[in-house]
Design a protein around this ligand. Structure first.
Ligand code: B16
Ligand code: MG
Length: 213
C-alpha cells in the first residue's frame, strides 16, 4: 500500500448523527417522520440524492427550486451542529492510525462526498495529516462512481492497485472496487460483505499494526 484513502463521515468521525438530526428536522417541518433506520440509506450518499430518498420516504413531490431550498436549509442546520465539533469526536484510533501509516511512509488522502469536509477537518484538528483532500466540492460524480478515489490517486501519481480505501458505506466500497483499489470496510460485516476485509473501526487496525511491530 502506497496510498491510504480515508472516507470521512463514518470512518474518521461520526457525523452521521448530525446529518440525521438535520434531515429529521427537515422531514418534521414537512409533516412526516424520519427514523434512524431511514438514515442508514443516506450514508455515503450525496446531499441531493439524500434529499431524493427523503422525499420518497415522505411521499412528497416538489419542484426543483423547492428541492434546492430544502437541501440548503438542511445544510444550514447541519453546519450549525458541526460548528461545535472538536477533537473529542474523532472516532477511536482514527488519528493514531493515520499518523502510524504516515510514520511508515504511506501517503494519506481523504475521499469524501461531503462538501463540508474542509471545515470538519479543521474542527477536528487533523487537516495537516493528509497529502491530498478530495471531497464533494471537487467531484462531479457521486460514489459508487470511483471518481473521488481516482482523483486522489492521480493527484499523487499513485497507481490504483497501490491504493487501499477505508470506507463505511456500501456505495464507497463499490466505488473503490470500480476504481481498481483494495478496500477495508469499517463497520458491521452484514452490511459491508463486498469489502476485501472488514474491521469494526480504525482502533482495531491500530491494535493489529502495533502488535506486529
Ligand atoms: P454534505 P462521506 C458523506 O460523507 C456522508 O456519508 C453522507 O451522509 C452525506 O450526505 C454526504 O457526505 C454529503 O455531505 O451534505 O456535507 O456535502 O461518508 O463520503 O465522508
Ligand atoms: Mg462514510
Amino acid at each position: 500500500m502506497k496510498l491510504a484513502i480515508f472516507d470521512l463521515d463514518g470512518v474518521l468521525v461520526d457525523t452521521a448523527k448530525y446529518h440525521y438530526l438535520a434531515w429529521k428536522r427537515l422531514a418534521n417541518e414537512y409533516g412526516f417522520d424520519f427514523t434512524e433506520a431511514d438514515n442508514e440509506r443516506l450514508k455515503g450518499v450525496s446531499r441531493m440524492r439524500s434529499l431524493e430518498i427523503l422525499l420518497e420516504i415522505g411521499g412528497l413531490n416538489v419542484d426543483e427550486a423547492t428541492q434546492e431550498a430544502m437541501a440548503a436549509q438542511k445544510n444550514a442546520w447541519y453546519v450549525e451542529y458541526i460548528s461545535r465539533l472538536d477533537e473529542s469526536e474523532l472516532l477511536p484510533g482514527a488519528a493514531d492510525y493515520v499518523r502510524h501509516l504516515r510514520s511508515r511512509g504511506v501517503m494519506t488522502a481523504i475521499g469524501s462526498a461531503s462538501k463540508n469536509t474542509a471545515m470538519i477537518l479543521e474542527r477536528l484538528g487533523i487537516a495537516g495529516l493528509f497529502d491530498v483532500v478530495i471531497d464533494g466540492t471537487r467531484t462531479r460524480k457521486a460514489k459508487p462512481d470511483p471518481e473521488v478515489f481516482a482523483l486522489a490517486a492521480q493527484s499523487l501519481g499513485i497507481d490504483p492497485q497501490d491504493c487501499v480505501v477505508f470506507e463505511d458505506a456500501v456505495a464507497g466500497i463499490q466505488a473503490a472496487h470500480r476504481g481498481g483499489m483494495g478496500v477495508v470496510g469499517i463497520g458491521k460485516p452484514d452490511k459491508l460483505g463486498e469489502a476485501d476485509a472488514i474491521v469494526p473501526g480504525l482502533a482495531q487496525l491500530m491494535a493489529l499494526s502495533a502488535a506486529q511491530v
